[in-house]
Design a protein around this ligand. Structure first.
Ligand code: FAD
Ligand code: UDP
Length: 388
């Protein structure tokens, strides 16, 4: 009797199995994967627990302004192929990110460049600035940086660290800068030119009309189920396809067997204002403890908006718990160790491909996620070809 029940169950499961790939998550990793697989004739189902596609890059049009619902997103890359890839999907504008920082009522340009050095020290030439930084970093020159504070002091010295880095970082991560990994701060360029471009990359911009348009294009030929959580009906979804591409938190996938990973979360406070221009820039960072938010975003400036009104968002970092969105992986040594356990399990899985910021537990930008999804799909498609 057991055998018969087993056969019936297997048959029902096989009938249900009508997709080649089940893709969990409609962010960049999931959507690019779906697009590439669909082009080659594979049938995919994308499930997304939120009520919209786009993951954290999602934008929503409010009063004609494209609001970056999960924080400011600026596309930047050095990789021409990736730039061309996104540009064949939608048109990008020439937006260049040049955030301004406010500390105790004073304004500073970011990233650290000649404008910043002039604002802090009054130095006017690159030589004066180089000398000033050498003087500031002299006492740290033999330090082998083990944490973010040591790394920052070695790179830029006390003044810049105290005005622009320490308190912003501690608000952002809810940890002492001495407890954070050094690599986080290496993302910020230091320049001896009067150039306020936050990124060093060759290509940069924001999609005209918002990011959601990219996802609509990527997913236009694919079946998508919104408000659908993989874990609400896991066995059913696992039986739907031969392969799964999973872009959610990796620890949850493995039932937290190796422990819980930590994330950093955010709270966004939106305000619609009846004025044309609130802060004159898309991104203004607040680098002191005086304010509990880290930045204010004024969305219209990403697209040079000329509306009569404006929408701003204050970004408050917060501790993460299971009821909140896991925005940033916390890549310290404790969490990285836990992640490595999950990575071993993930590598051993034949059926499931783990990709993206949450499944790979890495601080990836959009272009890196797209690059990683594209190369994974290429590999999969080549393997499939070999099998034929
Ligand atoms: P996500 O976009 O997080 O997509 C994963 C999706 O999976 C989500 O939609 C989620 O709801 C869904 N999901 C999770 N679990 C389940 C489940 N159980 N069932 C169904 N669905 C599920 N990058 C840049 O290049 N430039 C920037 O300026 C930039 N700014 C950023 C600012 C902030 C505040 C943040 C948080 C990130 C920023 N990024 C930026 C990074 C960028 O958001 C990521 O690189 C990108 O969104 C990662 O794509 P992803 O597909 O890996 O993950
Ligand atoms: N950072 C800082 N001061 C700033 C902006 C950034 O000290 O005004 C540090 C901070 O530690 C932050 C890191 O640089 O976590 C990376 O900042 P970025 O703006 O690149 O990160 P995002 O939050 O946009 O991913």
């Amino acid at each position: 009797l057991f055998r018969i029940i087993n056969i019936i169950f297997t048959q029902i499961f096989c009938m249900l199995k009508k997709y080649d790939y089940l893709i969990v998550g409609a962010g960049f990793y999931g959507a690019v994967s779906a697009y590439e697989l669909n082009k080659k004739g594979y049938k995919c189902l994308v499930i997304e627990k939120r009520n919209h596609i786009g993951g954290n890059c999602y934008t929503e049009t409010v009063d004609g302004i494209n609001v970056h619902k999960y924080g400011a997103h600026i596309f930047h890359t050095n990789d021409r192929e990736i730039w061309e890839y996104v540009n064949q999907l939608v048109e990008f504008n020439r937006y260049t990110n040049s955030p301004v920082a406010i500390n105790n009522g004073k304004l500073y340009n970011l990233p650290f460049n000649m404008n910043t050095f002039y604002q802090i020290w009054g130095v006017r030439t690159p030589k004066e600035a180089v000398d000033k930084i050498a003087e500031q970093t002299e006492k740290y020159k033999d330090v082998n940086p083990q944490n973010l504070e040591e790394q920052a002091l070695k790179l830029v010295g006390d003044d810049i660290y105290n005005i622009l880095i320490k308190e912003y970082t501690e608000k952002q991560w809810g940890m002492k800068a001495t407890e954070l990994p050094a690599f986080i701060i290496k993302r910020l360029p230091i320049r001896f030119t009067f150039d306020n471009n936050y990124f060093n990359d060759t290509y940069q911009g924001v999609p005209i009309g918002g990011y959601t348009k990219i996802f609509e294009k990527l997913l236009e030929e694919t079946e998508v189920l919104l408000k659908t959580d993989f874990f609400a009906n896991r066995e059913y979804f696992e039986a739907l396809a031969d392969k799964i591409i999973y872009t959610g938190p990796i620890d949850k996938f493995f039932n937290y067997e190796a422990g819980k990973l930590n994330y950093r979360s955010l709270r966004f406070e939106n305000e619609s204002l009846d004025i044309e221009n609130f802060q004159g820039n898309a991104v203004v960072n607040y680098t002191s403890h005086e304010e509990t938010f880290t930045r204010i975003i004024e969305h219209k400036h990403f697209e040079f908006g000329t509306q009569k009104n404006t929408i701003i968002t204050k970004e408050y970092p917060q501790d993460w718990n299971e009821n909140l969105e896991p925005y940033y992986p916390v890549n310290d040594s404790v969490n990285n160790k836990i992640y490595r356990e999950y990575k071993k399990k993930a590598d051993a899985s034949e059926k499931v491909i783990f990709g993206g910021r949450l499944a790979e537990y890495k601080y990836y930008d959009m272009h890196q996620i797209i690059g990683s999804a594209l190369s994974k799909m290429k590999k999969i498609l080549n393997n499939e070809k070999e099998k034929l």
